[in-house]
Design a protein. Structure first.
Length: 176
């Protein structure tokens, strides 16, 4: 089985479990946030992918990190992926699940990076603005990324909207 087929298989399984339990929206969001934390933390990524650490210990790390902070379903799903030795594929599996869940709701995924966390009101206004700009109904996924410095970078499919301070400065430099 190819890597892509395996990733899709895991994503489909996670999707079906969360949907069957009626927690798809919550689990999807929790998995997305965990995958972004996993990507940005070398320590977490190393701990969950180190084959010298027994699978049970890696699963215990997941349970310690997520237990009580996320749904039981999320803990169990991440633990299953880690226990099966697919930790390296976790972000791709989660991204595939998010795309599948969004498609089921007839939404496009909008991944938005900001320097600081957005309030619920800011997220709602940003979602409305992006829907207006693209003409698409979207599933907004926000990521706090300090490298953005200021402003917003939104990716919706192949469309990138970059309204960051860095981009504005670069544009001013090129005009001068």
């Amino acid at each position: 089985m190819s890597g892509d087929a395996m990733i899709e298989g895991y994503a489909r399984a996670l999707f079906e479990v969360a949907r069957a339990e009626g927690t798809l929206d919550e689990v999807e969001d929790e998995l997305f946030r965990f995958a972004r934390s996993y990507e940005s933390s070398d320590a977490l990524r190393n701990a969950l992918t180190d084959e010298h650490i027994p699978a049970e210990k890696r699963q215990a790390i997941v349970e310690d990190l997520l237990g009580g902070k996320t749904t039981t379903t999320t803990v169990q799903l991440v633990s299953m992926v880690v226990g099966s030795g697919r930790s390296r594929d976790l972000p791709a599996i989660v991204d595939s699940l998010v795309a599948r869940a969004s498609s089921a709701k007839q939404l496009d995924v909008a991944e938005v990076r900001t320097a600081v966390a957005l309030t619920d009101d800011q997220q709602a206004r940003l979602k409305a603005a992006l829907e207006n700009a693209t003409g698409k109904s979207i599933n907004l996924k926000t990521i706090v990324d300090p490298s953005v410095v200021g402003g917003v970078v939104a990716t919706i499919g192949d469309t990138v909207i970059d309204d960051t301070v860095r981009t504005r400065i670069d544009q001013l430099k090129s005009r001068l």
